[in-house]
Write a protein that binds this ligand. Structure first.
Ligand code: FAD
Ligand code: EPU
Length: 340
């Protein structure tokens, strides 16, 4: 095992896409499972639960010191098996998500193209069951491999055991702060069958009625580049709030007041998902810029750090947005990224 890379008082601003400052008292950079086990053993010895860090694209650092941070930077993509129409691929947690999407497209393994350009790591993808443009990660997950933080022991869960939901999984609930995901097995298609159900995607494809997976990827990338700011030039964490799921009664009330409200059906006929971006936009938040933080002009659901803001400033803006949406629409917005 190469020596475990250890830093003290490591600044974290360059390790999160919101570029928020905080200091990790102890920082372990792990590039394989042996190093991860060694880091976890250290955490257990000193009685600290580490912040597990991937690409830092779904966290908000409040500024409090972080006692221990364990970064997952393991690499590796390998085929476990192939049948006539599916391939099972095992991917290490530290692999960059978009690199995996591109690798799969080039190899002729299909399904992930709608999830192109989502920042972050493969290991974090099951945590909130990443989703975009009509596809969610769980549609392609076979198993998730993890280690228990306390004991370092390895285990794995089937997709059903992961209890995936909209921006949700067992890793956000019962297993929160208890495990580190080390690898994910994906079951991907060997034939091209695309999903172009999402209205904005169909619109982007225009006359292309039977696009190839690569053309779907290109369309998704084009939409994302237009709407979502590149964290390298305008720090952000993607959607700051989840799209709220409301009852049929609330939905009817909203429709009576606002004929143009944007909403989607869910798997339950009694519940509907409201576009939170639309709510923020209606409430006048789109494009608002305060001192150092603001709301993105092209997509009101994205909060941005304009100029070296502190986490507290962003969280203060988020709290005022939540109050205004509650007052105007009677809807509670839930913050999507995890706050530390
Ligand atoms: P991090 O931010 O490092 O971590 C996020 C959470 O997961 C933390 O609680 C962390 O402790 C935990 N975690 C990380 N790695 C592991 C691991 N190996 N084991 C256990 N826990 C772990 N998300 C979407 O779903 N759809 C989108 O379309 C989308 N678009 C985005 C666009 C932009 C511009 C940005 C900045 C973000 C977007 N996101 C989107 C959010 C984000 O990209 C995803 O949530 C991504 O999966 C986070 O990966 P990460 O490695 O950066 O996680
Ligand atoms: N809208 C507005 N004004 C805005 C923003 C949105 O009116 O400022 C309306 C538009 O009518 C649009 C609708 O809201 O048609 C939905 O917007 P969009 O297609 O951009 O999707 P979203 O619901 O805002 C969700 C995910 C994104 C994901 C996209 C595409 C959540 C919380 N967000 O956003 O995920 O990329 O769909 O599938 O579910 C993320 O999680 O970080 C993220 C970026």
């Amino acid at each position: 095992m190469k020596t475990l890379q250890t830093e003290y008082d490591q600044p974290l601003a360059s390790f999160n896409t919101l570029a928020l400052p905080a200091v990790a008292k102890l920082f372990f950079d792990t590039s394989n499972e042996d190093q991860l086990v060694a880091a976890l053993e250290h955490c257990s010895n000193i009685g600290e639960i580490p912040l597990i860090l991937g690409g830092g694209s779904n966290i908000v650092l409040s500024g409090k010191p972080i006692p221990v941070c364990v970064r997952i930077a393991s690499r590796g993509i390998r085929v476990l098996s192939k049948s006539a129409d599916r391939v099972i691929v095992r991917v290490s947690a530290g692999v960059n998500w978009n690199d995996l999407v591109e690798h799969c497209l080039a190899a002729g393994y299909y399904g992930l193209e709608n999830l192109a350009l989502i920042p972050g790591s493969v290991g974090a993808a099951p945590v909130q069951n990443i989703g975009a443009y009509g596809v969610e990660l769980n549609q392609f997950v076979e198993r998730v491999h993890f280690r228990w933080i306390e004991s370092g022991k390895a285990q794995n869960y089937s997709a059903a055991q992961c209890e995936f939901g909209y921006r949700d999984s067992v890793f956000k609930r019962q297993l929160n702060d208890k495990v580190v995901i080390t690898a994910v097995d994906f079951s991907l298609r060997l034939h091209s069958e695309v999903n172009i159900e999402y209205a904005a995607l169909r619109q982007e494809l225009g006359d292309l009625l039977t696009p190839s997976p690569a053309q779907v990827r290109d369309a998704v990338v084009a939409i994302r580049r237009r709407k979502l700011p590149d964290p390298d030039s305008l720090p952000n964490a993607g959607s700051f709030f989840k799209n709220p799921v409301v009852s049929k009664k609330t939905m009817q009330r909203l429709c009576e007041h606002y004929s143009n409200v944007v909403y989607y059906p869910t798997s339950s006929s009694d519940e509907f998902k409201v576009a939170a971006g639309w709510l923020l936009d209606q409430a006048g938040w789109r494009g608002v810029q305060e001192d150092r933080v603001g709301v993105h002009r092209e997509q009101a659901l994205v909060l941005v750090n304009h100029n070296n803001a502190q986490g507290a400033e962003l969280l203060d803006l988020a709290a005022r947005i939540q109050s205004s949406i509650l007052a105007l629409f009677g809807i509670d917005l839930e913050i999507e990224p995890r706050i530390y």
